[in-house]
Design a protein around this ligand. Structure first.
Ligand SMILES: Cc1ncc(COP(=O)(O)O)c(C=O)c1O
Length: 477
């Protein structure tokens, strides 16, 4: 049936016109951010006001161009060098374009014939990761984000290490994992989804440098065994989210080997440093892991969301799900690298391999090295700047591109938290800079993550000046 609305919705000339409009808007937005003609990274509006805005927009029947323009105006601008906030990459434009290509093709990826090019490209992308880690027989696949990737890795751990066949028969022992108290909350969530419960998530404390206490691992493991828990895995963070500090992967690996348990590395944030000649040593021991996850949309410049789940032994990448879907594939027992849904959570999956490959194709490995290296360098320089500024206190020397600090001058220690909370809120509402905050053992800290390779010392000096101005407002001095 051909109706006017169907005709219009699939009209290729309209598509080209809207596409040209959109590309023009995106180019202008990129220039405005990168060249800082745009004064503010974000224009703060409360959630309720924003909802009311879009409710009235909905009733106005605006053009597609107006819709695109308005979204751009009312969104946070990650490409701005004064965005030093959460861990999300300023998309490399060619990766954004590849995402448009994949969105329009919409190949479903579950089986090979529903995504021939993107399936073969996915295998190549995975090979680039496993080679960079240094695995001869590694394998893996791409999935929708670090959260799902950690869950997938831990399911493979369960399959490999649990004494019973949980997938088919359910639990008959109490399984457990060992993880740093500083690990990302999604690891806790994954373990709960797997039915491990509170008892099964054994939090290992961190030392004064916020690294997991590997010296305590054996003691915690032994205690778990005497508590009748079956420990299947230990997880290392590379790095942990709040502080950007790396766990001792070599130490964790030695412990995992000695106790024959699975070693999983959550490298969602910093795993990409495998491509940085300068910072690769931070990940020493990653090659010993049984599974590793790495987000492209954090430290590799891809559009969200794009995560690699990687296994040292290729067979493990096929072991997680043994559910039959006879209507999708005919030879159920064959590994069939090319039928992706055999190995992934997703049935329909976006063609995310294109987002990586477009960057490799255009700029090679060098881009990923330069991206990570410049961001880690920038954070180190900022650490030094904070240390030299007597009115600020650095939390810990930067190991990655995450730096935590707080304003302290002229403030009683018991007011540090209140003042720094006000600083963060005022900065958010002001919008010229975007930084975030985190609660650590010693209090509330401002937190910066250097995500834009064009954020320089000029910007960080301005940030400190801005905070000093804000302090005058929030303390009435
Ligand atoms: C260490 C770590 N693991 C996992 C995640 C979750 O990743 P995603 O946001 O891609 O689900 C994050 C997100 O910040 C992270 O920092």
């Amino acid at each position: 049936m051909s109706t006017p609305s169907l005709q219009q919705a699939y009209n290729s000339e309209l598509f080209e016109k809207d596409g040209k409009d959109l590309l023009g808007l995106l180019k202008d937005a990129l220039d405005a951010s990168m060249e800082e003609q745009r004064e503010k990274v974000t224009v703060w509006v409360s959630p309720e006001e924003e909802y009311q805005f879009w409710k009235s927009f909905d009733s106005q029947q605006s053009t597609t161009k107006e819709f695109f323009e308005t979204v751009l105006e009312r969104s946070i601008h990650i490409h701005h060098p004064k965005f030093i906030g959460h861990q999300i990459a300023p998309t490399v434009p060619v990766s954004g374009l590849a995402t448009l290509l994949s969105a329009q093709l919409n190949n479903g990826m579950a089986v090979y014939e529903m995504g021939q090019a993107s399936t073969a490209i996915e295998r190549l992308v995975i090979e680039k990761f496993t080679q960079a880690i240094g695995w001869g027989d590694g394998d893996g696949f791409l999935t929708s984000g670090g959260t799902l990737a950690n869950l997938t890795g831990l399911l493979a751990a369960r399959k490999a290490k649990a004494s019973s066949d949980v997938w088919n028969e359910g639990h008959d022992t109490n399984l457990a994992i060992l993880v740093s108290a500083e690990a990302h909350y999604c690891v806790d969530r994954a373990a709960r989804i797997m039915g491990l419960g509170e008892r099964g998530i054994i939090q290992v404390p961190v030392d004064d440098n916020y690294k997991m206490r590997t010296d305590l691992l054996q003691e915690y493991y032994n205690q778990a065994i005497s508590d009748k828990l079956e420990v299947i895995a230990v997880i290392g963070s590379a790095p942990s989210t709040s502080t950007g500090i790396h766990d001792d992967l070599e130490g964790i690996s030695a412990f995992a080997k000695a106790n024959k348990i699975w070693f999983h590395v959550d490298g969602a944030h910093g795993g990409a440093a495998i491509f940085s000649k300068k910072y690769r040593p931070m990940l020493k021991g990653i090659e010993q892991a049984d599974s590793v996850i790495i987000d492209g949309h954090k430290m590799m410049g891809t559009a969200a969301i794009t995560t690699a789940v990687l296994y040292k032994n290729s067979a493990d990448s096929y072991a997680t799900f043994s559910q039959k879907a006879q209507y999708l594939w005919e030879q159920n027992e064959d590994p069939e690298w090319f039928n992706m849904a055999k190995r992934t959570f997703e049935c329909t999956k976006s063609m995310m391999s294109l987002r990586f490959f477009a960057i490799w194709n255009a700029y090679g490995n060098q881009f990923f090295d330069d991206f990570v290296t410049s961001l880690y360098d920038a954070a180190r320089a900022f650490s030094t700047l904070i240390k030299e500024a007597s009115d600020f206190e650095l939390f810990l020397e930067a190991e990655s591109n995450i730096v935590c600090f707080r304003y302290v001058e002229g403030i009683e220690p018991d007011a540090y938290n209140t003042v720094n909370k006000k600083i963060r809120q005022t900065l958010l509402e002001d919008g010229v800079f975007y930084i975030v905050a985190t609660q650590l053992r010693t209090g509330y800290y401002l937190r910066t993550t250097f995500m834009n390779p064009f954020t320089t010392a000029k910007h960080t000096k301005l940030l400190l000046e801005k905070i000093r101005d804000v302090v005058k407002i929030v303390t009435n001095k």
